[in-house]
Design a protein around this ligand. Sequence first.
Ligand SMILES: Cc1cc2nc3c(=O)[nH]c(=O)nc-3n(C[C@H](O)[C@H](O)[C@H](O)COP(=O)(O)OP(=O)(O)OC[C@H]3O[C@@H](n4cnc5c(N)ncnc54)[C@H](O)[C@@H]3O)c2cc1C
Length: 406
Amino acid sequence: MASAAISKVVWVNGPIVVGAGPAGLSVAACLKARGVPSVVLDRADCVASLWQRRTYDRLRLHLPRHFCELPGMPFPDDYPEYPTKRQFVDYLEAYAAQSGVEPRFNQAVTSARYDKAAGLWRVCAEDVSATSTASAGDEDVVTEYIGRWLVVATGENAERIVPDFEGMDEFAGPVSHVSEYKSGEAYRGKRVLVVGCGNSGMEVCLDLCDHNALPAMVVRDSVHVLPREMLGVATFSVAVFLLRFLPQWLVDRILVLLARVFLGDLEKIGIRRPSRGPLELKNSRGRTPVLDIGALARIRSGDIEVVPGIKRFFRGGAELVDGRRVAADAVIMATGYHSNVPQWLKGNDFFTQEGYPRVPFPDGWKGESGLYSAGFTRRGLSGVSSDAVKVAQDIAMAWEQQTSSR
Ligand SMILES: Cc1cc2nc3c(=O)[nH]c(=O)nc-3n(C[C@H](O)[C@H](O)[C@H](O)COP(=O)(O)OP(=O)(O)OC[C@H]3O[C@@H](n4cnc5c(N)ncnc54)[C@H](O)[C@@H]3O)c2cc1C
């Protein structure tokens, strides 16, 4: 998209929050509860667009509900232990309504920089509803928001990762990213190559089986698979409990041992465990362990074929690194996402090139000159809540000082 000239300038009395997902909403709600107004911008036309627009129908929260609540509002009592995607979206919409947070939609932030001389953040956003109808370079689509504080809440999953495989252009069937997948209905009777074996890859394979498709799952790297529950207790709850008394490395060992007891030897079905523990990998590299909700049983029964990495694609399928060929009618890339912060936050080294705060959890929520981040902890929704409370508290203190000295 060609960048257009600024057509409108908006002075923001309070922080500018970029992103109206769970992180942006909870920061704005916590601020509002402390009497601080804010402006929330999102490129999409709804709150929580990741959940509403870019996830599959059968998705449920992976973690028990009490780990996923946002500050100040519990889930309704009648919600199940693992709420459905629809229930979670309803909850987020109710959260925004109850807190009086009204994001400005269709505002895609293309640049943000700190103006040292003025001591203010200048954030440019293009109205994507207008750019889709207006010609490129049209002048009435860019708004510059100016304010004292900037909260980055664009998420760890802002953009899709789509690897560039050799021969991809030759492949005759449709290739899509898992963010476009809704259900296996469209794949009935088809051979589908699912590239990636994280939670999404495994669950899409399960869904494809339920729709009588024939999935093959590409498992290139080692991965931790844990049972979602053990004897009715969530594995995540067990980990959180053990971490109160034991160091992370020991909890990791216990988790791996328990996984072996409950899930058996996964090497036999082509899934290798990493040498580093599941919590260590999650916290240091953001590699979430897979919580099994039935895919392993379908692998063992032969409904899901596990294949090694891809060497190249050809017209009717893919050649694998072990020399085998696998036929496919369609390919789904369950290859993950990345942060987009470096694309638009300029002149600032608070974030790494990968788009994460340089300072690790729990201290990566605050930068300099009124810059904050929420939702980049690699700890899912509980990390989002923890950031939101701290960010709002800090800004509210500065806000009170500023307003009382006026
Ligand atoms: C399939 C899936 C299942 C998951 N399940 C769980 C779970 O069960 N439990 C859990 O704790 N976590 C889960 N997660 C992790 C998930 O990232 C968090 O749940 C949560 O969505 C993070 O909230 P966020 O607000 O930080 O990011 P997001 O929800 O991604 O929201 C970021 C918002 O920023 C907007 N945005 C991005 N770039 C710009 C820009 N340049 N300008 C304007 N707006 C922009 C986006 O449109 C989006 O609305 C899951 C993730 C996925 C992909």
